[in-house]
Design a protein around this ligand. Structure first.
Ligand code: SAM
Length: 271
């Protein structure tokens, strides 16, 4: 018997309908390269194994790692570790090499690289930021998160949920909320609603390292005091950026992602 550990955000999925829906959303093919963050007791892992030849499981809880190692299921590789410190880029590169060795990379639909999981809610935002580094190397992420976080991820500019997280993640991924899941679907039940988000890295993404850093800086500054106008929050950028008088009277949440990207590009040129 495993007792759910609060410090690891352990709310295990138990609702078959929700589990089935999530597997359908992940849409696994036999030779997909899948890594699941936090397999827990396998609510998603076991059904996924009906479709995929292999899966990597990244789990922080030693007891659960031992549980999976004892099962010794074919095609399952268990990695003990903290997702916040895991090298996802290396994982993706290894997967690409395996695809090339087996020839699956020739067919673009095969050998897709996916990162999935019912994520521990206490680390979801830092984890999403960390995963940005592997975006160029993967095809898709499917995550269960707190509904409130998913609302921020997909929020359009001008809405109250539009935040620093929205801008940075929307700049890099196409995102869509694909499912809502109530607390009753879990054991133990969380206090909040959950939702599933599909994240597909943008293929036309063209920001270089300097532009991305500039984007991080300007977005952090713009949202530093949510209620203040950009005239105040972007004070130190006014000489270097063409911000219109109308924009100066707006707040950070009213500016579309595309405009932040324009500012980041010109900022990168001037610094
Ligand atoms: N996938 C299972 C399910 O849906 O029932 C469990 C989901 S539970 C919300 C989160 C899982 O992530 C747990 O197995 C927990 O031990 C694991 N976990 C928590 N923090 C982690 C971290 N930093 N790195 C890797 N796994 C973590």
């Amino acid at each position: 018997m495993h007792h759910a550990r609060k410090r690891f955000g352990q709310n295990f999925l138990k609702d078959d309908g929700a589990i089935h829906a999530i597997i359908k959303i992940i849409n696994p093919s036999a030779d997909a390269h899948l890594i699941e963050i936090g397999p827990g007791l396998g609510a998603l892992t076991l059904p996924l194994l009906n479709y995929v030849d292999h899966i990597d499981l990244l789990e922080i809880d030693r007891d659960l790692v031992a549980y999976w190692r004892a099962k010794n299921l074919p095609g399952v590789q268990v990695i003990e570790g903290d997702a916040l410190h895991f090298d996802f880029v290396r994982w993706a590169k290894n997967s690409i090499n395996k695809s090339i060795e087996t020839g699956t990379e020739k067919n673009l639909d095969l050998g897709r690289r996916l990162i999935v999981g019912n994520l521990p809610y206490n680390i979801s935002s830092p984890l999403l930021f960390q995963l940005l580094s592997v975006a160029p190397l993967i095809n898709e992420q499917v995550f269960m998160l707190q509904a409130e976080v998913v609302a921020r991820l997909v929020a359009p500019a001008g809405s109250a949920d539009f935040s620093r997280l929205s801008v940075m993640l929307q700049a890099r991924y196409e995102m869509e909320q694909v499912l809502e899941v109530p607390p009753t679907a879990f054991e133990p039940q969380p206090k909040v609603n959950s939702a599933v988000v599909r994240m597909i890295p943008r293929t036309l993404f063209s920001l270089n390292k300097h532009e991305w850093r500039a984007l991080e800086k300007i977005v952090a500054a713009a949202f530093s005091q949510r209620r203040k106008m950009l005239r105040t929050n972007l004070k130190s950028y006014l000489e270097r950026l063409a911000i219109s008088d109308t924009e100066l009277k707006l707040r950070a949440q009213d500016i579309p992602v595309s405009r932040y990207i324009e500012w980041a590009s010109s900022l990168a040129k001037t610094s």
